[in-house]
Design a binder for this molecule. Sequence first.
Ligand code: C2E
Ligand code: MG
Ligand code: MG
Ligand code: MG
Length: 287
Amino acid sequence: AAKSRGRGNFQFFSNDMNAATHERLLLESRLWQALEQQEFELYLQPQVDLPSGALIGAEALVRWHHPELGTVGPDRFIPIAEESGLILPLGEWALRRAVALLERWRGIGLGHLRLAVNLSARQCHGDALLGQLDELLATSGIDPALLELEITETAAMQDPELSRALLQQLRARGIRVAIDDFGTGYSSLSYLKLFELDRIKIDRGFVKDIETDPDDAVIVGATIGLAHSLGLGVIAEGVETAAQAEFLRGKLCDEAQGYLFARPMCVDEFERTASAALGGPRRVNGG
Ligand code: C2E
Ligand code: MG
Ligand code: MG
Ligand code: MG
């Protein structure tokens, strides 16, 4: 019995590993082709002005339509893309796509909307990003202030000096910079001083428990106050309930993003939503 249990346990463990390894291999083996095969898509999640509820823009979140696994979220493949280096062409693709969308929106009456794009650590610390952005800004007619780049604390702190220089260069071009997942790193306060920023994005982990955990409520309230006194804007991510939105509104948080307002959606749906919010679709030819 011991022997068979032993073997059973081994079997179970081994199947488990196989499942994880199998998925990883399945993802990894197609990752490089995926860009060429146009299997990636940007989903857009609305961001709203908290006092008024007005739509002010979106965050671009990449999805992978994998031929065998279906739609795969970034948490499953971004780490693999980071490791393999594919994150560099993927990140460039996301920027191009985002700028093309901003350009398109100018022509369909949605030119007031901002778009935020996530940057990976490798993009921030490589030497191609600024050149890509300069080319995109030179060849498109977009207002750079409508483009926001999100960088996580963790990515920024991998090389603080390099990040500081990059963020300065971005802001010199009029591009907005936001710190993503604010509060999850270990040195959040120090880089408020170190980096030139436009705003911070309070991590979902703090927002989740603001109604039930007095500590989180205090931290979020104080963070908003601190950011404002430093001249920074604040957006809260992961807002799921009306009570959370109410709390944040009471603390004068500027903007919010989360399932309460909308889930990430495809570009078509976002454009329809945004046009409807203006009181009906506006067409390029005015017809
Ligand atoms: P993030 O930038 O912090 O994005 C927010 C994540 O929270 C998104 O997950 C979004 O779908 C999810 N979310 C939004 N509202 C709610 C809510 O109310 N409740 C809950 N439970 N979740 C909510 P997603 O799309 O799976 O993206 C995960 C992460 O993948 C992102 O976290 C970002 O770090 C990364 N990522 C996504 N797209 C890109 C990209 O183009 N480039 C890079 N480098 N990273 C990306
Ligand atoms: Mg983000
Ligand atoms: Mg975030
Ligand atoms: Mg987060």
